[in-house]
Design a protein around this ligand. Structure first.
Ligand code: GLN
Length: 306
């Protein structure tokens, strides 16, 4: 089905909401992004690509990258990962420090910053950060079926220069003996994965395996086993929007992962992957107009996992 007219209508309807969100100001390279940008792409399991707006303009995927690093880490260590990271919604901000200290350095889930930093530590396994950064980039290029996917070095540097909270979280993890690699190595990987620049089309294509029981329906590759895809989706639904995950499940009812670049990747099991981008964020650090657009699309299509 060609969803282009539907997406174009949604792009038109969300326009008044674009100015309501606030662009992430704490990462200087992101603070400069035009808040009027809006893009949306749907890639269906049968390979149809429908888009509207700036769906082919690269943006900083930020925390959406955590879905892909989690996938790689599970591939490396399997369920042993869950001895180091929890699987519960945090009910706290994505960069909260208090909970990490109270809970002895075990991050609540792999999508809050502390959890994602612990995931990068798993991926490092004593290797230099560049080897892991290359592995992540290669994985995203393959999943997006596009060699043009790149890392924006300026964004990575900008985060490293201002990432005091992430340094704090990583040092807390280390102080509890939860990191096996140097703090700087874990953070170098983390800042670079967050600085991946991708378009909505690339991102939706990259997430398609999650809509197809872990198998890439277009290339035929098995990316993860079906039960693992189900579990990644479960984590996205319960933890993918931080302390707004409940609200997003209520309003949209699809597994999703947001990033402070204003992107959201959402999964419609057996049907499609959706990526939406609008840089203005709500108070929880999720795309304001992007969430509204997903709500409209899910309602119109009757898409929900419930
Ligand atoms: N790079 C961002 C940070 O560490 C990622 C947070 C996000 O996208 N929610 O703060």
């Amino acid at each position: 089905m060609d969803l282009t007219p539907t997406l174009e209508r949604i792009a038109e309807r969300v326009r008044p909401h674009l100015a309501e969100g606030k662009v992430a100001g704490y990462i200087p390279a992101l603070a400069r992004v035009d808040p009027q940008r809006f893009g949306i792409a749907v890639v269906s399991v049968d390979g149809r690509v429908s888009t509207a707006g700036d769906a082919r303009v690269p943006f900083s995927v930020q925390s959406i990258s955590k879905v892909f690093t989690l996938t790689l880490a599970l591939d490396k260590v399997g369920s042993e990962l869950w001895t180091r990271i929890g699987r519960e919604p945090s009910g706290s901000a994505f960069n909260s420090i208090v909970q990490l200290e109270r809970e002895g350095g075990i991050p609540r889930n792999p999508f809050i910053n502390a959890g994602a930093i612990a995931v990068t530590d798993v991926l490092l396994e004593g290797r230099p950060p560049q080897a892991v950064i290359d592995e992540i980039l290669a994985f995203l290029r393959r999943r997006a079926d596009d060699p043009a996917v790149a890392i924006d070095e300026e964004v990575a540097r900008s985060e490293a220069d201002t990432g005091h909270r992430n340094y704090s979280l990583a040092h807390f993890l280390a102080s509890f003996g939860r990191l096996r690699n140097p703090v700087d190595s874990a953070l170098s990987v983390y800042f670079h994965q967050c600085a991946l620049a991708m378009t909505c089309v690339q991102l939706a294509r990259a997430g398609l395996f999650l809509a197809a029981a872990g198998h890439d329906p277009l290339s035929g590759e098995r990316v993860v086993a079906p039960e693992r895809a189900r579990r990644i989706n479960a984590l996205m639904l319960t933890c993918g929007h931080y302390d707004a995950s409940g609200d997003v499940a209520f309003r949209i009812g699809l597994p999703g992962k947001s990033g402070v670049g204003g992107g959201i990747l959402a999964v419609v099991p057996k049907r499609a992957a959706i990526a939406v981008w609008s840089p203005g964020l709500n108070a929880n650090g999720n795309s304001h107009a992007g969430t509204i657009a997903l709500e409209m699309l899910a309602a119109e299509m009757g898409w929900s996992v419930f």
